[in-house]
Design a protein around this ligand. Sequence first.
Ligand SMILES: Cc1ncc(COP(=O)(O)O)c(C=O)c1O
Length: 426
Amino acid sequence: MAMSRAAAAVRQRRCGPLLPAARSMASWFGHVEPAAKDPILGVTEAFLADPSPDKVNVGVGAYRDDDGKPVVLECVREAERRVAGSTNMEYLPMGGSVKMIEESLKLAYGEDSEFIKDKRIAAVQALSGTGACRLFADFQKRFLPDSQIYIPTPTWSNHHNIWRDAQVPQRTFAYYHPESRGLDFAGLMDDIKNAPEGSFFLLHACAHNPTGVDPSEEQWREISHQFKVKNHFPFFDMAYQGFASGDPERDAKAIRIFLEDGHQIGCAQSYAKNMGLYGQRAGCLSILCDDEIQAVAVKSQLQQIARPMYSNPPLHGALIVSTILGDPALKSLWLKEVKGMADRIIGMRKALKESLEKLGSPLSWEHITNQIGMFCYSGMTPEQVDRLTNEFHIYMTRNGRISMAGVTTGNVAYLANAIHEVTKTN
Ligand SMILES: Cc1ncc(COP(=O)(O)O)c(C=O)c1O
């Protein structure tokens, strides 16, 4: 309805003339430029837009079965059946599901951990691994505002975003050795030694993303020892427990070594990969404290950081996790299924390496089977990756990271052939 002249005059007195006001409304966000594409999620977008029937997506870090299809674990389906209709939809407590946290701590710290018994661990349910890292980063900024975080080179790209947005200054430490496509152990030890006493370090507990390169047990012991000498704080990002070797206990070895050596640690856990709960955002953040009193204080502060962000964490994923881990039969089904996923990936590593060798590739592809977890850091250059995409419709991040979860019996030969084609001229 048209505004009467009197009403327009009143409005004009209060708010100024209509037209400029409307224009200024239109320009509220005129200065906002599109954000840079996420290097990982951008790959999926490009893959989806490609009409080629040959296209292969080895970019995204999500498990696929041997037909290239997303997987819902049988233990998850069974937990869903049990959970359906069994609870109301009330909020979880601010710190999340007590049962889910209890089970998560057993998984990370060990079934009989003295730290759990002594109630020395401050833990909250988190929005999967990303949310756990972000909560920790915010906690670090709030309570140790002058601290920095040492992040491996390279790392999961989102680590940089997380600590940047939490306004924690970042430093890097040597991790990957491009020539050997393995660990730069000497460089890593030097950087640990040279970091200022009492620094925070981000460590991938297992299945390092993107390199698939993990320290050996012996090397973890040396790292832990050097952390003790320098009084550094280890923050473990454990996004792949069970997914690397097929055995969650084995994949927690680095954490256990640090615990044995008497470190206080932080730990981010995720159920995205090892239970296939990607979209449920189920995870846990824990911090080992001096004693129960400190743990209570730290937990209350973590909750206070979470409160204005999302108030309390989601219910459904937490119910699934606690139902599976709290029931011996369902837990053993999960252990079998997580091993099945890890074994399929290990099998595909072998198949890819053998296919490249059969094609007569003169290059060494040993690293494909030496690396572990979801990713193979192939050593291909961005230009070679571009050729894979443009000529063969194979999609991956330009750092040459192949998600082994996307490799199947049906596409491994095609992938090997394409890799051989783009690498043989260099
Ligand atoms: C090293 C690492 N940390 C954390 C995450 C977090 O994943 P999510 O937030 O889905 O649990 C990922 C996922 O790719 C990862 O690779």
